[in-house]
Ligand binder design. Structure first.
Ligand SMILES: NC(=O)c1ccc[n+]([C@@H]2O[C@H](COP(=O)([O-])OP(=O)(O)OC[C@H]3O[C@@H](n4cnc5c(N)ncnc54)[C@H](OP(=O)(O)O)[C@@H]3O)[C@@H](O)[C@H]2O)c1
Length: 242
């Protein structure tokens, strides 16, 4: 039977839109005590207000995942406001229309690696010691099918997503003896704001069959709701028609 997430403390990084926002909503509805973070404070406030209207109180904290100190402060603020952190979901990510090798430049490369990969390490680093001390916790990283098979998402995106899968599995092997579970989720096409960062937007026909953010959020929840003796190390979720 799936476990309840009631009163578990969940930190979601990248919660202002898309998959992270949908995950924050489902976790709050399941009774988790949620800290939602991203850079856009007004989007976080909108999320807080919309969940409050449903009767769910969530905390928000604007922070830039590319900044290790900001991730440490975010983890501290979460512990202060909600208590020890049980769950981290890293749903932060970006891409660029200038994704091809012809157009990619060092600052764009740096931006993608910092956002998609460095931030995941900073966030995990900020929460893991507390999990270790308490002998439990669950880290979930949103990577991509682009981290498993070559596609048109660009060298920087694919390198960052391969790296994120490596980071997740390495943490899992090291930390399982400390009771910490680690899951990396690789979605296929999801209809989110990330589509705006493509050089060519998906067609209406493609978007009509793409995953919705809440589909990926449901998969994240299914992983989180397994009993502590079980873990899904890596999960792929793609649109059934693609
Ligand atoms: N959409 C897809 O087809 C697809 C497929 C596979 C994997 N993914 C992955 O899924 C994850 C979520 O993306 P999404 O599709 O849900 O796109 P999205 O709606 O654009 O969400 C991206 C989230 O990342 C946050 N973010 C970006 N840069 C940040 C930074 N420096 N610091 C903190 N937060 C930052 C954004 O918030 P702020 O801008 O407010 O900071 C936003 O909340 C990404 O890792 C993406 O690569 C997406």
């Amino acid at each position: 039977m799936p476990i309840s997430l009631k009163d578990q403390v969940a930190l979601i990084v990248g919660a202002s839109s898309g998959i992270g926002r949908a995950t924050a909503v489902l976790l709050a509805r399941d009774g988790a005590r949620v800290m939602a973070s991203a850079r856009r404070a007004e989007r976080l406030q909108e999320l807080k207000d919309s969940l409050a209207a449903e009767g769910h109180a969530v905390e928000i904290h604007a922070a830039d995942a590319r900044d290790a100190a900001a991730m440490a402060e975010l983890a501290d603020a979460t512990r202060q406001k909600l208590g020890p952190i049980d769950i981290l979901v890293y749903a932060t990510g970006t891409n660029t229309p200038d994704r091809s090798m012809k157009r990619l430049r060092p600052p764009i490369w740096d931006e993608l690696i910092r956002t998609n990969l460095d931030g995941a390490f900073y966030a995990a680093h900020a929460v893991i010691e507390g999990m270790r001390e308490r002998g439990g916790g669950h880290l979930v990283f949103i990577s991509s099918i682009s981290g498993r098979a070559p596609d048109a998402s660009g060298p920087a995106y694919q390198a960052s997503k391969h790296g994120l899968i490596g980071l997740a599995h390495a943490i899992r092997l090291e930390e399982k003896e400390n009771g910490i579970r680690t899951t990396v989720v690789n979605p296929g096409l999801v209809d989110t704001e990330l589509m705006e960062k493509r050089p060519v937007k998906p067609t209406a026909e493609q978007l009509a069959v793409a995953l919705l953010p809440e589909h990926v959020a449901e998969a994240v929840l299914a992983c989180l709701k397994l009993p502590p003796r079980a873990v899904i190390p890596e999960l792929t979720i793609v649109p059934s028609a693609m």
